[in-house]
Each structure stands twice: as structure tokens, then as C-alpha cells.
Write a protein that binds this ligand. Structure first.
Ligand code: ADP
Length: 547
């Protein structure tokens, strides 16, 4: 027996319908690859997305087809997602920072039929075009005046395609569990794996993401999604903003401190979301030029752990409230966020920072547990570390084409590959990725925690901690540091700085200074490459232990 409520399908295109009817005048502002600032409204975007749906159908695309985008955050990329899903197609975001072989692999594995590309990435596609097995056409996201000379076949100009359509189109109705979007993990080990979102998972994620204790996006907000649409489903913001009716400010290709600052102030941005590296560049720009951020109220930071100094600067020096979030492609991507519970608003600044430095609590619809290597649940005491496992309706059930086999435990929980603690109030703290954790004398040392304390030193630009083989302890931590330009800091200074801030047995056995730390395509420290670089490294403590 069923109840008697309307069975309206949770289709993402209805989000844009809602924006058209209720927020049609609200703006989408974009810095374009061509250099200019472009402005349109949700009403414009709705019409243009419908025209795009018509154009895609005329190009032979239909329900279930996977259509890729290789693009920065602009109004065109936003329209493309809705135009694609409007014909029952699946948007597939490609990360342009991947190696050409990885891009080729992903495009072929996902069976992309058409690729939308920004002008910037035309050469990237030209270089791999001959290896693409299913691609029938390429749409260059520009106008006729900017169309490039290209060796690509079956090329279309985005604006010309739109100009040729009437816009008289109704979204194709699909089941809410039909595929809607696709995003591949960056595959630091082995081939990248695909995650395929449904309309339903995206809509549920939107409701959760916009809720007050999560990102809390409102119609009065002017939001700047710095997090690229090609990374982890754009943290849901391409759906969250039109659902709330907030203004969108797209940074396009320019994510340096000066460009971000310029848009934040000119467009009176109140909310933004990005990874720590982007905020680091902004904070450096603000400090160097003695600037403030009077309009910015809230930022969500995730993708890597937020260093405490960054939190403190935003909150104390700029009056911006930070929410530290954790998530991953497989979770659509939000899994937890550090927003206060009752009583925490009146705590001291330092106590509040102790809470905000954690990755936060799971919202409703995300269940979390930590387990030992045998799958037994560990206590939520803030002390025990374990494998972080999650379950919920916007969490991956299996990878595209079943890659990686069965990925859920017997209770349906997905192993995130992260190691974390859970405290009695429900706050989760990531201590490491399972493969990066340092195993010393049978105990685990959190590389992330040491790194984050080390970057608090005024002479340190970036730091990484990896485990180095040790004859007595299995592994011991090595601290790798990039100094600030012109800084003169020594190993002894670094160790003295860490002393008292971490347990004695967590103290790195050595400190090395390097010019650069390698990063993945999504801006995370590439521990695998670091471990390879330091494979033959002998710790000074290893020699004495071996004697
Ligand atoms: P990719 O693995 O392709 O770079 P994801 O965004 O899916 O892209 O990466 C998810 C991983 O990023 C998580 O499993 C976790 O290890 C790390 N991560 C995300 N947010 C945080 C955070 N706030 N603190 C620490 N690690 C984080």
C-alpha cells in the first residue's frame, strides 16, 4: 500500500524551472576565457539551456548519452549541464589538469559521445583526438568571432548552435533514478574510476547542501563557486544556487588572488567555496595589498584539510565565517561540515577554532562509522582512529562499469579510503588517507596533523609528512618543507616549533627543505610521488637503531 502524495520525479531540470519562475531576474556573472565579464539572468540561462537541448538532439544525442565538458566555470558550462540533462543525457566533467593518457582513458571508458570544450582546451583535445573511440563531435564554447583554426573534426560553435534554435522545448522526462552526471576520481593509484550520479541523488544532495547547518545558501546570497565544475560535482553548487535563487559569480579561468578578490568585491559576493590552495593565494594577495573583504560572510573550505592559521586569519582578520567541509567525488561530494552545535557559539575563540579545524559532522542523509581492519566498529571517543565508512542516498553504490568490484561492506557502507576519528558530539576528524598513514611501532601517526601544524610556522609555505622505512619502528615521519621566499628556517627551528604541539613519539625524525611539493590534478599533495622521491632516503635515526 502507498500513501497518497504526488509522485513528482526529482529531476534536476526542475531546479532550473524553479529558478526561472521564482528568480528569473537573478544574475549569473562570468569571467570568460575570451577575457570579458558576461552577465545574464536565470531566465536567459533557462532559454539557452533549452536551445542547447534542441541542438544536442539535432546532433543525434538522446536519453542515456554521455556528453562531456572540458571547461572552466562560466555561464556556458552551467547551461551545458542543464542542456545535457534536459534531453535525458549525462553530463560528464573532464578535469583538464589530468595527463592526456588519463583523459583519453576516461573519455573512452565513459563512452563520451560529444565533448563541450573551452577555447583553452582545444589543443588538449587536438593532441588526443585520434585515440577517442566514441566521440562524434566537439562543441567549442565560444562565439563565431572567436572560433579557432583547429584540426578537430565535426566541430561546432556553441553560440551558433544556440542561435539556430527556437528554445521551444520541454525537458525530456526521465526516471529520477536515471543517470544524470558523471565524474571520475583522479586515480592517484591505478586507473581513474567513474561515479555516476542520478537525478535523485543530485536533488537530495542539493537539499542537504543548501540547508542551514551545511552551506546554508540563501536567495539573498551572491555566491562564487571557485571550486571547478570539473571537480567533485562542483560541490553541488550548480544545483544549489538556482534552487536557492542566489546570484552566481563564475571566476572562469582566473583563480589567482587578484582576480578572485576583484570579483568578490565588484559582485559583492557573500558566500564562496574553494580548496585551501585558492584561499592561500587570496590571503597572500590581501595581506600584500592591505585589503579587506567587507561583503564576504561565509566560506566553505574542503578538498584538503584547512590549516588552523587559515581558519584564524579568515575569522579574526577578515570577519569571514569558515565552514570546514570534507567530501569526495563518491559522495556527490559533501560528507561532513564543521558547523556549531548548541553552546558552541559562546565558546572562546580558541575553543571554536578547535572545533572548526575538524572536518565536521555528517548532515542528515549521511551515516558514518569508523572501523578496524576487520570491519568492527570503533568507539566514537575522539581517540580511536579507523577506516571511515559512509552510507546514504547520494553516496556511490558501485563504480561505472563495476570497476573495483563490490565496494560496500555487508551493511551497505562505502569505505572512503580515509582514516578518521569520531568524537562523542559527532564531529569527525580526518587523520589521513589509509595509504598515507604512518605506521610506527604498531601505532598510527597522522601525517595531516603534523603538516597542518608545520604550515603555521611563519617561514613555511607548504609542508608534507611521509613515512620513511625504519629498522626498529617500521616507519617514522619525515617532514618535508617548502620555505617562504627569502626565509631562513632550519631543521632545529622546525622541530622546536612542533615540540609540545604534538605527541613526543609523533616528532619527525628528520626535516628536509625542498623547492616544490608535487600536487595531484585536484591540488592535493601527491604523497605517492613524494614517497617515490624519498624511496632511498635514510633517516638519521635509522643508522643508530640499526647498530
Ligand atoms: P580526488 O581524489 O579525485 O582528488 P576527491 O575530491 O574525491 O578528489 O578527493 C576526496 C578526498 O580528499 C577525500 O577522500 C579526502 O582524503 C580528501 N579530503 C577532502 N576534504 C578534506 C578535508 N576537509 N580534510 C582532509 N582531507 C580532505
Amino acid at each position: 500500500m502507498f500513501g497518497q502524495m504526488q509522485d513528482v520525479s526529482l529531476q534536476v531540470n526542475r531546479i532550473l524551472d524553479h529558478a526561472l519562475v521564482n528568480h528569473g531576474e537573478r544574475e549569473i556573472v562570468s569571467r570568460l576565457v575570451e577575457g570579458n565579464i558576461h552577465r545574464e539572468t536565470y531566465a536567459d540561462a533557462h532559454l539557452r539551456a533549452r536551445k542547447l537541448s534542441q541542438a544536442l538532439q539535432k546532433l543525434g544525442c538522446g536519453e542515456g548519452d554521455v556528453i562531456a565538458t572540458l571547461a572552466w566555470n562560466t555561464h556556458r558550462h552551467f547551461e551545458a549541464w542543464y542542456g545535457i540533462t534536459g534531453i535525458g543525457g549525462v553530463y560528464h566533467t573532464l578535469n583538464p589538469r589530468l595527463f592526456p593518457e588519463q583523459l583519453t582513458y576516461i573519455i573512452n571508458h565513459a563512452e563520451d559521445k560529444v565533448i563541450f570544450t573551452d577555447l583553452t582546451f582545444v589543443p588538449v583535445l587536438e593532441a588526443i583526438a585520434k585515440d577517442l573511440l566514441n566521440v562524434k563531435g566537439v562543441i567549442i564554447m565560444t562565439d563565431a568571432a572567436h572560433m579557432p583554426d583547429t584540426s578537430l573534426q565535426n566541430v561546432h560553435c556553441y553560440e551558433d548552435l544556440l542561435d539556430a534554435q527556437s528554445g521551444d522545448f520541454n525537458w525530456v522526462e526521465v526516471d529520477e533514478r536515471a543517470p544524470c552526471g558523471m565524474c571520475y576520481t583522479s586515480g592517484t593509484t591505478g586507473n581513474p574510476k567513474g561515479v555516476c550520479y542520478t537525478h535523485r541523488s543530485n536533488v537530495l544532495h542539493t537539499l542537504v547542501g543548501n540547508s542551514a547547518d551545511v552551506m546554508g545558501i540563501r536567495s539573498v546570497d551572491s555566491i562564487m563557486p571557485v571550486v571547478p565544475m570539473f571537480h567533485a560535482n562542483a560541490w553541488g553548487l550548480a544545483f544549489g544556487a538556482p534552487a536557492a535563487g542566489s546570484k552566481i559569480v563564475n571566476p572562469g579561468p582566473n583563480m589567482d588572488g587578484e582576480s578572485i578578490y576583484e570579483l568578490l568585491t565588484q559582485e559583492e559576493v557573500t558566500f564562496s567555496a574553494a580548496v585551501p590552495t585558492v584561499w592561500l593565494m587570496l590571503l597572500q594577495h590581501l595581506e600584500a595589498n592591505n585589503l579587506k573583504l567587507p561583503k564576504l560572510e561565509n566560506v566553505t573550505i574542503g578538498g584538503s584539510a584547512v590549516p588552523r592559521v587559515m581558519l584564524e586569519k579568515f575569522e579574526r582578520d577578515y570577519g569571514v565565517a569558515v565552514k570546514h567541509a570534507w567530501g569526495m567525488t563518491e559522495l556527490s561530494p559533501l560528507g561532513s561540515i564543521a558547523s556549531f552545535k548548541a553552546g558552541m557559539e559562546t565558546m572562546s575563540f580558541d575553543e571554536q577554532m578547535d572545533i572548526k579545524v575538524k572536518q565536521g559532522r555528517p548532515p542528515y542523509l549521511v551515516e558514518m562509522k569508523i572501523t578496524d581492519d576487520e570491519g568492527n566498529e570503533l568507539p566514537r571517543d575522539g581517540e580511536a582512529f579507523g577506516h571511515l565508512m559512509v552510507r546514504g542516498p547520494f553516496i556511490v553504490g558501485e563504480y561505472v562499469k563495476g570497476d573495483g568490484g563490490e565496494i560496500l561492506d555487508k551493511d551497505g557502507f562505502f569505505d572512503t579510503g580515509d582514516v578518521a576519528t569520531l568524537d562523542p558530539l559527532g564531529f569527525m576528524q580526518i587523520t589521513d588517507r589509509a595509504k598515507d598513514v604512518i605506521k610506527s611501532g604498531g601505532e598510527w601517526i597522522s601525517s595531516i596533523e603534523i603538516e597542518n601544524i608545520a604550515v603555521g610556522h611563519e617561514d613555511v609555505q607548504e609542508s608534507a609528512v611521509i613515512g620513511i622505512e625504519h629498522p626498529k619502528w617500521d616507519e617514522r615521519p619525515l617532514l618535508i618543507v617548502v620555505k617562504n621566499p627569502g626565509a631562513d628556517v632550519t631543521k632545529e627551528d622546525m622541530l622546536a616549533y612542533l615540540e609540545g604541539k604534538i605527541a613526543k613519539w609523533w616528532m619527525p625524525d628528520d626535516v628536509v627543505f625542498v623547492d616544490e611539493i608535487p600536487h595531484t590534478a585536484t591540488g592535493k599533495i601527491q604523497k605517492l610521488t613524494l614517497r617515490q622521491q624519498f624511496a632511498d632516503y635514510t633517516l638519521p635515526t635509522a643508522e643508530s637503531a640499526a647498530e
